[in-house]
Ligand binder design. Structure first.
Ligand SMILES: NC(=O)c1ccc[n+]([C@@H]2O[C@H](COP(=O)([O-])OP(=O)(O)OC[C@H]3O[C@@H](n4cnc5c(N)ncnc54)[C@H](O)[C@@H]3O)[C@@H](O)[C@H]2O)c1
Length: 249
């Protein structure tokens, strides 16, 4: 119940899927949660957390916008007095062959998936340095580790997150700030549901997943909670894979 008790935890993309489950789980474990999303439905996630007796606030935020990052962090400091955990979760998927992918789509996926993480990781440094420590969890994917057809732009963005995380970890570790990447397999969220509804596509997408099923957002939230908490105090610059065995072989 108290695995992140009193820690101030900012979760982006918290209106849906993995971000929503992570915000809920961190709050259930005693965290003070700042849930942000471009989608105002995130307000409902916060209302549910408050109804359950948790502590949370919603902030509308487009993670590609530096000014909105600064405003979000200012509000976080005003409301909760600091920042201990940042889960850089917001992201978008593009399922298109390389030949069909336009330059605009390539730039957009890098803006939302990669530039956002650069901004969040950069701007979270100062409030975490002041607290003499913190944990940053960057959502990558199995597609930041291995390839699959019709996802080259997405894979490039998720691969960039993996190595950006390692670079940031080497700079931040001396300040007690741990930066790690989290690599989910196929997870049943709004992002992936269209792929899981058609049996043929589902079989292809699940591919070599040893457990033979998609994961749940709660299963990824459990891993994010571990990385956020002090239980992972010796875990830094690593890539945590939670994929039902997709990348095992
Ligand atoms: N679902 C999967 O199978 C899967 C697998 C591996 C990795 N991931 C990664 O996990 C993260 C969460 O995925 P999910 O499945 O929960 O997705 P989702 O689509 O269900 O939720 C993503 C959330 O991000 C928000 N968002 C999108 N663009 C934004 C922006 N510019 N600013 C702020 N918020 C924005 C959306 O509004 C949405 O609420 C993503 O980074 C995704 O790439 C997902």
């Amino acid at each position: 119940m108290d695995r992140v008790k009193g820690k101030v935890c900012l979760v982006t993309g918290a209106a849906n899927g993995i971000g929503m489950a992570t915000a809920q789980r961190l709050a259930a474990e005693g965290g003070k949660v700042v849930a942000t999303d471009i989608n105002p439905e995130g307000e409902k996630v916060v209302e549910e957390i408050l109804d359950m007796g948790g502590d949370a606030v919603f902030q509308r935020q487009d993670v590609t916008d530096e000014k909105q990052w600064k405003r979000t962090l200012d509000n976080c400091l005003d409301r909760f007095g600091g920042l201990d955990v940042l889960v850089n979760n917001a992201g978008i998927l593009l399922m298109k062959s390389l030949q069909e992918t336009s330059l605009e789509e390539w730039n957009e996926i890098f803006r939302v998936n990669v530039t956002s993480i650069f901004l969040g990781t950069k701007l979270a440094f100062e409030p975490m340095r002041v607290r003499k420590g913190g944990s940053i969890v960057n959502l990558s994917s199995i597609y930041g580790l291995v390839g699959a057809p019709t996802a080259a732009a997405y894979e490039a963005s998720k691969g960039a997150i993996r190595l950006f995380t390692k670079g940031a970890a080497t700079e931040y570790a001396a300040h007690g700030i741990r930066v790690n990447s989290l690599h989910p397999g196929v997870i049943n969220t709004p992002m992936a549901e269209h792929l899981l509804q058609d049996n043929d596509i589902k079989t292809a997408v699940l591919g070599p997943t040893l457990l033979g099923r998609a994961g749940t957002a709660e299963e990824i939230a459990g891993a994010a909670l571990y990385l956020a908490s002090d239980e992972s105090s010796f875990v830094v610059g690593t890539e945590m894979i939670v994929d039902g065995g997709y990348t095992c072989n």
